[in-house]
Design a protein. Structure first.
Length: 94
């Protein structure tokens, strides 16, 4: 069992696994779909969260909003209402 820890500048893509549950302060909202690469490839700045139990859409969530990661989940330090203003993630076809 992995111990939950705070996210910080040392958080790596390897810490964030697809399928991890994502919860806000007021409940579970979805699961991690992927983390987005940055100019520092090993350190994500955003995660893509698939929303809802049926995964209706995905949002791009800043890693700085995460309070903790581990034990198969990510805890966000915001309420669900705050996610409504985020950009939706659109996967590009290559």
């Amino acid at each position: 069992m992995t111990q939950a820890r705070a996210l910080d500048q040392h958080t790596r893509h390897a810490d964030l696994h697809p399928g991890m549950a994502v919860a806000c302060q007021d409940g579970v909202v979805g699961y991690v779909e992927r983390s987005l690469p940055t100019w520092q490839p090993e350190r994500p700045t955003h995660i893509v969260v698939r929303m809802g139990s049926y995964g209706q859409h995905s949002l791009i969530v800043p890693v700085r909003w995460a309070a903790r990661v581990g034990d198969g989940h990510v805890e966000l330090k915001v309420r669900k209402r705050r996610l409504e203003r985020l950009a939706r993630y659109q996967k590009r076809d290559n």
